[in-house]
Design a protein around this ligand. Structure first.
Ligand code: PNS
Length: 154
């Protein structure tokens, strides 16, 4: 089964990587879709986000990194995937993710499969990483080392 894991990945966190790696052992093919969102200001442009993911996941041969713009369901159709996979950290994610899953099913009959985040990453988010880093805090336990290096370059 071929699935799509979409997200902003601005930047990718250990939580994202955990969900992608675990998906790669369950599903035959994993497409990671990095969204280009003109309405949302990002710290890293889409090619920087894509390149970080390519580097981090280079040993996972059934994982492919792509970027997309527009509706997720249109990209999912284009990639010919059977389902969308999302990580859930806590109940706070649930309302929003549930609404998106229902909308994506309503738009194009795409099923969403949820993977529970590992407890050690349940509290990690890209926005918190950016905030902690901006105040000089230590993010080494929250993101892959390549992301720490890229954060220093910004
Ligand atoms: O990592 P994020 O920011 O939670 O990812 C959100 C993402 C990329 C899954 C969502 O913004 C998305 O699907 N964007 C594409 C536009 C779209 O299809 N919007 C309708 C969703 S119901």
């Amino acid at each position: 089964m071929k699935i799509l894991i979409p997200g902003s990945f601005d930047p990718p966190t250990n939580g994202h990587i955990d969900v992608i790696k675990r998906s790669s052992s369950v599903f035959d093919e994993v497409i990671v879709g990095v969204v280009v969102n003109p309405q949302k200001e990002s710290m890293f442009d889409v090619s920087q986000r894509e390149n970080m993911l390519i580097e981090i996941l280079k040993d996972y041969k059934n994982v492919e990194i792509k970027s997309f713009e527009g509706l997720l369901v249109d990209f999912a159709k284009q990639m010919n995937v059977s389902a969308i996979v999302k990580g859930l950290r806590a109940m706070t994610d649930f309302d929003y993710e549930f609404q998106m899953a229902q909308m994506n099913f309503n738009l194009a009959d795409f099923e969403t499969i949820f993977i529970a985040a590992s407890p050690e990453y349940g509290y990690v988010s890209s926005s918190m990483v950016k905030e902690i880093f901006s105040y000089g805090g230590d993010v080494n336990a929250l993101v892959p080392s390549i992301v720490v290096e890229r954060l220093k370059d910004v």
